[in-house]
Design a protein. Structure first.
Length: 136
């Protein structure tokens, strides 16, 4: 497993826990012992990036996740979408296809049987419309 895949899964763990507990992900990250998150600065970048842009990310999910209410969406799917959207919209050095592929593969491992296809569809729509999505 690549270092980036491990970092995405670790970030997913933190975002999932924050979602379940109703706490701010960045605060949860800061409460972790350093050795728990030291596997990659990318974990910190993902968690803090998702936290910083959470309102816009959730607005985009709400807009493009047709047929699913944010509250009804599985927590894993919601947080995989958050991570991938942060990577797609705010990390220009990362190829969009990599962000989608990673989210889809992790969904296939950890979520429902339909999640991978659903996440692929939502992220595909966002990528097609990326140039017209306002990030402010």
């Amino acid at each position: 497993m690549s270092a980036r895949r491990k970092a995405r899964k670790r970030a997913l763990d933190i975002l999932f826990e924050a979602d379940m507990r109703g706490v701010v992900a960045s605060q949860l990250l800061n409460m972790r012992p350093i050795d728990e998150i030291s596997e990659s600065d990318y974990v910190r970048a993902l968690v803090l990036g998702v936290a910083e842009h959470s309102l816009k990310i959730d607005e985009i999910i709400h807009t493009y996740a047709e047929g699913w209410d944010m509250d009804r969406m599985p927590i894993i799917d919601r947080n995989l979408l958050r991570i991938a959207l942060f990577e797609i919209l705010w990390l220009s050095e990362l190829d969009d296809k990599i962000a989608v592929s990673e989210a889809v593969e992790i969904a296939g491992e950890l979520s429902t049987k339909d999640s991978a296809a659903y996440i692929n569809g939502v992220l595909g729509r966002v990528i097609l419309l990326k140039s017209v999505i306002s990030l402010s």
